[in-house]
Design a protein. Structure first.
Length: 183
């Protein structure tokens, strides 16, 4: 069966990608992925492209922290943290990132430099939630801009993580191996 997974940079060349699970800069402190490119479903990528285009017009850009996630990575995360508020239980089968229509993103300046956001990636505290009542100033402005723009183009934010967005269009699970050549 032909997959509709695409390499995001092929469609959005100016997007920043820093897959945290391809580095040690994540809650596991280990490199989990054997790939460092972001992959999503084609339809999800086309929506994300619209978000990027709008943000670029006002001096910002998206940075992807996570996109498609292999099911084996999900199983590994569950072994480390048995908390379904932050990690999907793999005994229920593939979920969220495993379908290729979920992306973890942050906002950066158009030159890629960091800006203030509510928390770092993989923050397992209540401050990572979408309850922004404690936020003020630039972090609040930035996270609301990200949220409003993502929602405008068909993404739904996960309540427990300000960086986590799901494409409102759903897809069937298709096994995907990023290191194999796909056309």
């Amino acid at each position: 069966m032909k997959s509709d997974y695409v390499r995001v940079k092929d469609y959005i060349p100016d997007i920043y990608v820093e897959l945290r699970y391809a580095t040690e800069r994540n809650f596991t402190h280990t490199k989990v992925y054997d790939f460092d490119e972001a992959y999503l479903r084609r339809g999800t990528t086309l929506k994300l492209k619209k978000v990027q285009e709008e943000l670029k017009e006002i001096g910002y850009s998206l940075k992807i922290w996570d996109a498609y996630r292999p099911f084996t990575a999900q199983q590994y995360f569950w072994e480390l943290i048995h908390d379904d508020e932050f990690v999907a239980d793999p005994t229920n089968g593939p979920k969220t990132h495993n379908f290729g229509n979920v992306v973890d993103v942050t906002l950066v300046k158009s030159d890629g430099s960091e800006i203030e956001m509510p928390t770092e990636f993989d923050d397992f505290t209540s401050q990572a939630s979408r309850d922004y009542s404690w936020l003020t100033g630039d972090p609040l402005k930035h996270v609301l801009l990200l949220e409003e723009t993502m929602e405008k183009y068909g993404f739904i934010g996960y309540e427990g993580e300000w960086w986590h967005y799901t494409d409102e269009d759903s897809y069937d699970y298709v096994e995907f191996k990023p290191n194999e050549r796909h056309s």
